[in-house]
Ligand binder design. Structure first.
Ligand code: KG4
Ligand code: ZN
Length: 341
């Protein structure tokens, strides 16, 4: 089965064709990130305008690249939320129109559930497909959640952030350091400059809730602590690499510790890492090392960085494994959708 998926929840306009939930036939992503880098963050109206410009060329290119004819597309999948209303509308209304014109079933997808399915793509799995039960850590720009998956479509939220998301913590602290948007890659890049010096940092940022007996997170205190440090620092440009290093350590320490705690409790067969922050090398490294050290038999899956950040490949995969056709008239944007039931 070949599914054409459309993703437009934020600042990426993406379309992909995926076969049987695992094989990428085409994958096109247009990003308006350069425009947002100039303003230091996303302006929703401007993101929606870019979506409008890109959507048809992106779908066109995705179909052309796939080298298959329209009659071989079995269904259309589309992200309905969460995300920015203007951006979502562009993808959802386009998908609905194409579904009517081309007489194809349409499948609405939760973007956050979608992220998890980057773990089912051939490039991630090699020869071992994730098995259930699984625990998924979903870390994106606006969400940080731990979910227990009994099977496809059987998700139980076990914890999440009480305030800022991990991605948001990267983005906001990067801004405080005067680094460019998006903050995650900027912090990671800047942190390397300090890491290469091979000296210990004297800066100690908090690891909020790290030892709490739950699966929740809180990252807003970290932002406040960084702000305090920035205000007390004379030459912030010089100190930025060391601060970036400690910010990355703090965020990845908490994410790793809480995820391992979930693994110990639920003893899943697979641990699935998902969302833009999953592209972070330090997080990948720490999770890998902690899983190896632990006595669990849990197998850790980590998608290639390009499949972690927003794209339509995982939306198509999610639609394949959760195929439920819905009347197009009942499909609407759901900007507030989440993983919390
Ligand atoms: O999943 P995603 O691409 O978009 C949303 O659904 O939000 O996630 C975007 C987030 C941003 O906060 C960005 O700073 C973060 O993912 N991110 C990273 C890295 N690449 C992207 N955070 C840390 N390290 C990275 N390499
Ligand atoms: Zn995302």
């Amino acid at each position: 089965m070949k599914i054409l998926a459309i993703e437009s929840s934020c600042d990426e306009t993406a379309a992909a064709v995926v076969e049987n939930g695992t094989k990428i036939i085409s994958n096109i992503v247009a990003s308006s990130i350069d425009i947002h880098a100039k303003t230091g963050g996303i302006i929703p109206e401007s993101a929606a305008r870019q979506q409008l410009k890109s959507i048809i060329p992106v779908i066109d290119k995705s179909l052309k690249d796939s080298e298959i004819s329209l009659k071989d597309i079995d269904a259309i999948a589309v992200t309905v939320g969460p995300g920015l209303i203007g951006s979502l509308l562009v993808g959802v209304e386009t998908a609905k129109t194409l579904s009517v014109l081309w007489k194809k079933p349409i499948i609405p997808i939760n973007h956050l559930v979608g992220h998890i399915y980057a773990n089912f793509i051939h490039q991630t799995i090699g020869s071992t497909t994730p098995r259930f039960p699984a625990i998924a850590l979903v870390v994106s720009g606006g969400h940080t959640d731990l979910v227990f998956m009994k099977g496809h479509g059987k998700l139980k939220w076990i914890g999440g952030t009480r305030d800022d998301a991990a991605g948001e913590a990267f983005d906001k602290t990067a801004r405080l350091l005067g680094l460019t948007y998006p903050g995650g890659p900027s912090i990671a890049y800047t942190a390397e400059k300090f890491k290469n010096k091979n000296i210990k940092t004297k800066i100690q940022l908090p690891r909020p809730m790290i030892n709490d007996n739950n699966f929740d997170f809180s990252f807003s205190g970290l932002k406040t602590a960084v702000l305090r440090t920035v205000k007390a620092t004379k030459n912030i440009e010089k100190k930025a690499p060391e601060l970036a290093f400690e910010i990355q350590e703090a965020i990845t320490d908490v994410l790793t510790k809480k995820t391992l705690k979930a693994v110990e409790k639920f003893k899943p067969k697979s641990l699935l890492l998902a969302g833009g922050v999953a592209a972070n090398m330090r997080l990948r490294e720490k999770l890998e090392s902690e899983i190896n050290k632990s006595k669990t038999k849990t197998i850790l899956f980590i998608p290639p960085p390009k499949l972690c950040t927003d794209n339509a490949v995982y939306i198509a995969s999610c639609a394949f494994y959760n195929f439920k056709k819905v009347d197009f008239q009942n499909i609407d944007t759901q900007p507030e959708l989440s993983l919390r039931n």
